[in-house]
Design a protein around this ligand. Structure first.
Ligand SMILES: O=C[C@H](O)COP(=O)(O)O
Length: 249
């Protein structure tokens, strides 16, 4: 049986004082939840999170990593540096990176490569825009975002991946895919993964993201192919985040 996982993507929010309070509350409650938890703070606060959560079992993710290994790439943060800090996970291809920074599949495969080389576990984010959904292209778009990874990574490498399905129109909008809409896409994702290896596909965590809150999490997480969530706004509120985590049990 796949373990439920709830990841908090803080995006570009927080400061040391706010983070301290949030991390303290998560640390206090973490052992009461059976879901695996991870938080993804902005780069400057990763060490603060590593230090605050080190004895709690809550893992740490970064929101991005460089496609380059090291060297003269001003402003970039390498996967190896993240691993060196004690980070275990990294988001690859969040829709905000795809949209605001023009990240395409070729670049994201390189980022995934650097992550795997550094021993980080990638969370590959995929999802369609509203226009694509309205044109009936959802599964086609999602499959095209996943396919390059299935092509460029071995099964052994893919074993460390999670997928996060995040319909772009549901991110930060208060609109959520219904559990049935989300389940349909998750099932299609798992079917695509099963074309590579059926037993791997049964084990991969496929998270849902997009306006998940404490009051809609349980119905989403009860669907057979939804293995937890990637939470944005609600992960900045310890009470909401932990309530979502508890809904994953
Ligand atoms: O990474 C998280 C997603 O973008 C969801 O964000 P949201 O929960 O604020 O809609």
């Amino acid at each position: 049986m796949r373990q439920k996982r709830v990841a908090g993507n803080w995006k570009m929010n927080g400061d040391q004082a706010q983070n301290a309070a949030l991390l303290h509350a998560i640390a206090e409650q973490a052992e009461k939840t059976t879901a695996a938890l991870l938080v993804c703070p902005p780069f400057p606060y990763l060490l603060q999170a590593v230090a605050a959560l080190q004895t709690t079992g809550v893992e740490i993710g970064a929101q991005d990593c460089s496609a380059y290994q090291e060297g003269a790439y001003t402003g970039e943060v390498s996967a190896r540096m993240l691993a060196d800090l004690g980070v275990q996970w990294v988001l690859i291809g969040h829709s905000e990176r795809r949209h605001y920074h023009g990240e395409d599949n070729a670049l994201l495969v390189e980022k995934g490569r650097r992550a795997v080389e550094a021993g980080l576990k990638p969370i590959l984010c995929v999802g369609e825009t509203l226009a694509e959904r309205e044109q009936g292209l959802t599964q086609q778009v999602v499959a095209a975002q996943i396919a390059p990874f299935l092509e460029h990574f071995t099964l052994q490498e893919l074993a460390s991946f999670c997928i996060a399905y995040e319909p772009v129109w549901a991110i930060g909008t208060g609109l959520t895919a219904t559990p049935e809409e989300a389940q349909a896409v998750h099932a299609a994702i798992r079917a695509q993964l099963a074309e590579v290896d059926a037993s791997w596909a049964e084990q991969v965590g496929v998270l849902y993201g997009g306006s998940v809150k404490a009051d809609n999490a349980a119905s989403l997480f009860s669907m057979p192919d939804i293995d937890g969530g990637l939470i944005g706004g609600a992960s900045l509120d310890a009470g909401q985040f932990l309530a979502i985590a508890n809904a994953a049990e």
